[in-house]
Design a protein around this ligand. Structure first.
Ligand SMILES: C[S@@+](CC[C@H](N)C(=O)[O-])C[C@H]1O[C@@H](n2cnc3c(N)ncnc32)[C@H](O)[C@@H]1O
Ligand SMILES: [Zn+2]
Length: 290
């Protein structure tokens, strides 16, 4: 039985409200008759039309992220994100409880930690169906959608109290539209020096400088910054963890798998790696009604 969506969803074809139908709520249908059946694993594919040109994370990249996150290395980050999101979820005034969108949810680990602390109605969105297969299993109580964050989001105006975005793309205008007034956008980005010890040798992409300034600039006009905090983790990683770390990032699209495997085989039993994160919180700006 899939959860009946309690976050107001919109049809990705015609933007009318979507409701659950069919046996065990495995179909979402709009009044115009557009319908979306759940995949076997329980997620819905909302990719319609041409969409953005993109390179979705491949199955082995998603598997690497799943293994790395399941080992708990980034657990303190997940806890911190849940903690930062908590006040806005607690202050939900939607009448039907707190609601959250995890954009670029990946394997769903961050949303899982948040829901364990705060049982909210949740949507997990990601463009990779390989990721969504995992996320749907990880968060069966959430509505898990394959969709493109650069397209109009399939959620109603003011539908959620919190949007979380952990290392994933940010569509400022759409996030602002779907957040309720007083809601919160929680964004996690890497800081300079993130994974510096291994990024050179494994061919991972280095962090681009001025990322933080670019984040604020990209959200300008839609959000005002409220608070931010840094989180540093000193990790001690075995060879398999280092290989997973390399593969799960954006460089995973281009990495030579065989070269990575032989590099991992030559690593010491443990490698010291520092993870440097920034957790930024934004509030949507109020615009005069259009
Ligand atoms: C680095 S991963 C982070 C995943 C997850 N938040 C985490 O931290 O484990 C980036 C995620 O963004 C997703 N993504 C990339 N472009 C996207 C888009 N246009 N729309 C939705 N998701 C996208 C990828 O499929 C991937 O799962
Ligand atoms: Zn429709």
């Amino acid at each position: 039985m899939l959860p009946v969506p309690t976050v107001p969803l919109l049809c990705p074809v015609c933007r009318s409200p979507l409701g659950a139908a069919g046996v065990a709520a495995r179909t979402l249908v709009c009044p115009a008759g557009h319908s979306f059946d759940a995949a076997r694993q329980g997620y819905f594919n909302f990719l319609v039309g041409k969409g953005t040109v993109f390179e979705a994370d491949a199955a082995d990249m998603v598997a690497a992220r799943f293994d790395f996150l399941s080992a708990g290395h980034y657990r303190p980050l997940a806890e911190a994100v849940a903690e930062v999101a908590a006040p806005a979820l607690a202050g939900a005034f939607t009448g039907s409880g707190a609601r959250v969108l995890d954009a670029g949810t990946g394997t769903g680990h961050y949303l899982r930690t948040l829901l364990d602390r705060f049982p909210a109605a949740a949507v997990g969105l990601d463009i990779s169906k390989f990721a969504l297969r995992r996320a749907a299993r990880m968060n069966p109580e959430a509505v898990n959608l394959v969709g493109d964050v650069w397209q109009p989001l399939p959620l109603a105006d003011g539908a959620v109290d919190v949007v979380t975005v952990v290392f994933a793309p940010r569509n400022a205008a759409e996030f602002a539209r779907i957040l309720r007034p007083g809601g919160r956008l929680v964004v996690v980005t890497p800081r300079p020096g993130h994974l510096a010890e291994v990024s050179g040798q494994t061919g991972m992409l280095g962090i681009e400088p001025a990322k933080e300034e670019r984040l604020a600039a990209a959200l300008e006009g839609h959000f005002s910054p409220l608070a931010a905090r840094n989180l540093d983790l000193d990790l001690s990683l075995g060879p398999a963890d280092v290989a997973n770390l390399a593969l799960m990032g954006p460089a995973g699209h281009h990495l030579d798998r065989a070269a990575l495997a032989s590099l991992a085989a030559g690593l010491p039993p443990l490698t010291a790696v520092s993870a440097r994160f920034r957790i930024s919180v934004f509030e949507p700006l109020r615009h005069a009604a259009a």
